[in-house]
Design a protein around this ligand. Structure first.
Ligand code: C2O
Length: 363
């Protein structure tokens, strides 16, 4: 049977799993969402006419950047216990990844749900960002609002996008700044997509080539069929595998995790924020990183190679999650409804030449 998320507002426990040292945490492990006494509704596809076009973070216009900052600031200004607050949005990741929910709805109350390390990785994060984007748009009354994406597959996009770095701009606190990042890497800026907790002593040009090769590895060489790309089958009754298992999808285990590791603060035992599931959502970089991960799914599918098809197994199609939507309604969403970007009404601004660059970077 498919993994079925229970009512997140009534069946939820504090985060427990996956935290190295509970004494050293810097974020709360009380990650359950607020309860507004609502019942779960079915999801309805959006009806607005304008497609939200996600934009490369390093190429944002001043207007796009200002708008993004304004929206994130509005989110931060909400009281923490509001389902749309920045803290509530961050806690979604913690609850789904550090043992907040069990498989009780599929008959396994003793087994936790884990949306990483398996074929739930891409669809879960797609839904998570889908609502995050729409909430931000509502907060600034902009139905065309679209997220930026950290375009680390293009050389010019590989450094940490500038807007996330300063603590203040003209004396005003930057809502995209976060203190819990690896200071050495923030200084360096050019990321290592193949980072495995070991510093590479190579030139920038060599790092860029390495990054391009790594994208090729994850999307083409190691992702040639459905489960290699998405990750292994994960159905009700099975306990989630740990990181490093062969059944983790090529992008998830590769570039995805490398960026988390590279940015988590290596001087902290729990590697906050991005180096641990429970805290990752507190860094605004999380959402632009995942926006690009989401784009990797789209690019992979659009290549149209014979193996590049989404899972058709019922246990994948009908796996479901529960979120607060942009109207504070509680909705249940299914993997099967995540596959068509046209229906979800967003897309990515592309330059085909940028994609060619790494497609030619065969290792
Ligand atoms: Cu849910 Cu990048 O992790």
């Amino acid at each position: 049977d498919p993994i079925t998320t229970p009512d997140i507002t009534s069946i939820c426990k504090d985060a427990g799993s996956g935290i190295r040292d509970p004494e050293a945490i810097v974020r709360s492990t009380k990650c359950c969402p607020p309860s507004l006494g609502k019942t779960i509704k079915p999801f309805v596809f959006p009806t607005e006419n304008t497609v939200r076009m996600r934009w490369p973070a390093h190429k944002g216009t001043q207007e796009q950047v200002e708008k993004y900052k304004r929206a994130i600031q509005a989110m931060r200004d909400l009281p923490d216990d509001h389902p749309h607050s920045f803290v509530s949005q961050a806690k979604i990741h913690c609850a789904y990844c550090n043992g907040g929910y069990t498989q009780v709805a599929s008959g396994f109350p003793e087994i936790d749900i884990q949306i990483h390390n398996s074929w739930l990785f891409f669809p879960f994060h797609r839904w998570y960002l889908y609502f995050f984007e729409r909430i931000l748009g509502n907060l600034i009354n902009d139905p065309t609002f679209a997220l930026p994406f950290w375009k680390w597959d293009e050389p010019a996009g590989m450094p940490i996008p500038e807007m996330f770095i300063p603590k203040n701009t003209s004396g005003i606190p930057n809502p995209l700044y976060n203190v819990y990042r690896d200071a050495t890497h923030v200084q360096k800026r050019l990321l290592d997509l193949d980072y495995d907790n070991v510093e590479k002593d190579i030139s920038n040009q060599a790092q860029i080539e390495c990054n391009l090769t790594t994208v090729y590895r994850d999307l083409i060489r190691n992702g040639a069929d459905t489960l290699s790309f998405f990750g292994g089958k994960y159905s009700a009754g099975s306990s989630p595998v740990e990181n490093g298992d062969k059944s983790v999808g090529s992008v998830e285990v590769g570039t995805h995790t490398a960026v988390h590791r590279w940015l988590g603060d290596s001087t902290r035992v729990n590697r906050e924020d991005l180096g641990n599931f429970y805290s990752a959502g507190y860094d605004p970089l999380f959402y632009v990183h995942h926006s690009n991960i989401d784009r990797m799914w789209k690019l992979w599918k659009d290549f149209g190679f014979p193996g590049n098809v989404e899972p058709t197994d019922n246990d994948w199609l009908n796996a479901s999650y529960v979120f607060y939507d942009e109207n504070q309604d509680l909705v249940r969403v299914y993997n099967k409804d995540s596959v068509d970007l046209d229906k979800l009404n967003y897309n990515f601004i592309e330059n085909p030449n940028d994609i060619l660059r790494w497609r030619k970077a065969r290792p």
